[in-house]
Design a protein around this ligand. Structure first.
Ligand SMILES: Nc1ncnc2c1ncn2[C@@H]1O[C@H](COP(=O)(O)OP(=O)(O)O)[C@@H](O)[C@H]1O
Ligand SMILES: CC(=O)N[C@@H](CCC(=O)OP(=O)(O)O)C(=O)O
Length: 306
């Protein structure tokens, strides 16, 4: 009897799939019980199909015993809404200057529509996601971010007023502990609450780093819209030490929205997070490729001594 070539092809494909699953077993075992903080950037969530795959991957992580904590951004979506409302917006070092009108829109877009879209996608993929902002249960207590700049000619330091841009002052660990001990997947919008109940707009990368530190995450994963950190020629830097990263920020190779991302990775590895990676969220299953196969891409940031 001659074998049906089409059936043979099909069998080979399924065998390959089964082998991939089987090869992932040591990775599942290695990470079971660990907490991964996944920063889902606004640029990475543009495509609906990719957003569904992301939701499935998050559910899969939970199924194999990992505690995923999703912290999301939404910079481009905030920008689009501000434009519709004809509210001007500008950035300083990757941070949006945020007045009262802007912070109201930031909260509406982040804690409202985007948060609920992600929660819905994860729940539709079979997970059990609960959305919250940094204000819920005072998850992120924030203070006004103080930023200074030094004039290169006079060398005089100036304080920049970014309005309601905040930085995390304290993360409430109770809520995170509660989620870690349940099957709930928290989906967190990066707004914070100040001493007088005022709302702060926190860069989502910074919020992800603070949450990762507070819940003892072993990994911080940033999904963005570039292959990773690129050098001056536009080539991917697969891994770098903290010292190299600081040099690239100082010489301007790393700029804009990549600055808070890399700064957060630096702080995280200094605080003991095992690995901080910046991945291309436009690649289907980028997280699974990175975590469970030898085909990870993107940029890994590690401690100088590593
Ligand atoms: N050296 C660099 N390598 C890669 N991206 C860089 C670099 N410097 C600046 N960037 C910019 O950083 C952007 C990613 O940050 P951001 O726009 O804030 O994304 P996200 O919404 O995912 O947080 C890239 O799209 C790119 O324009
Ligand atoms: C202070 C500050 O810049 N906050 C950000 C919050 C959203 C964010 O960080 O979104 P991405 O991760 O998609 O860039 C903003 O207003 O755009």
């Amino acid at each position: 009897m001659t074998a049906d070539p089409n059936r043979a092809d099909e069998r080979a494909t399924w065998l390959e799939k089964a082998s991939t699953l089987s090869e992932a077993l040591p990775f599942f075992r290695e990470h079971a019980g660990e907490t991964f903080v996944i920063k889902y950037g606004g640029h990475a969530m543009g495509d609906e199909n990719l957003a569904q795959l992301f939701a499935r991957d998050v559910v899969l992580l939970r199924q194999v015993g990992i505690n995923p904590v999703v912290v999301h951004g939404g910079g481009p979506q905030i920008g689009a809404m501000l434009e519709r409302l004809k509210i001007k917006s500008e950035f300083v070092d990757g941070l949006r200057v945020t007045d009262q009108a802007t912070v109201d829109i930031v909260e509406m877009v982040l804690a409202g529509s985007i948060n609920k879209q992600i929660v819905t996608a994860i729940n539709q993929a079979g997970g059990f996601a609960v959305g919250l902002s940094g204000k819920d249960g005072q998850l992120i207590r924030a203070r006004k971010l103080r930023r200074t700049t030094r004039d290169p000619d006079s060398n005089i330091e100036r304080v920049l007023d970014l309005g309601f841009v905040g930085e995390p002052a304290e993360i409430n660990p109770h809520i995170l502990n509660f989620f870690q001990q349940s099957d709930i997947i928290p989906v967190i919008a990066p707004t914070g609450v100040g001493m007088s109940g005022e709302t702060y707009n926190i860069n989502a990368d910074t919020a992800a780093g603070a949450i990762g530190g507070a819940c003892g995450a072993s990994r911080l994963i940033f999904l963005t819209d570039v292959a990773g950190v690129l050098d001056k020629q536009g080539n991917l830097i697969p891994d770098m030490t903290a010292r190299q990263a600081r040099q690239l920020i100082a010489d301007g190779t790393i700029s804009g929205g990549m600055i808070p991302k890399v700064e957060t990775c630096l702080q995280a590895v200094e605080l003991g997070v095992k690995a901080a990676v910046i991945l291309d969220g436009r690649v289907p299953h980028a997280m699974l490729l990175e975590l469970f196969t030898p085909h990870g891409a993107g940029t890994l940031i590690r401690h100088d001594a590593a």
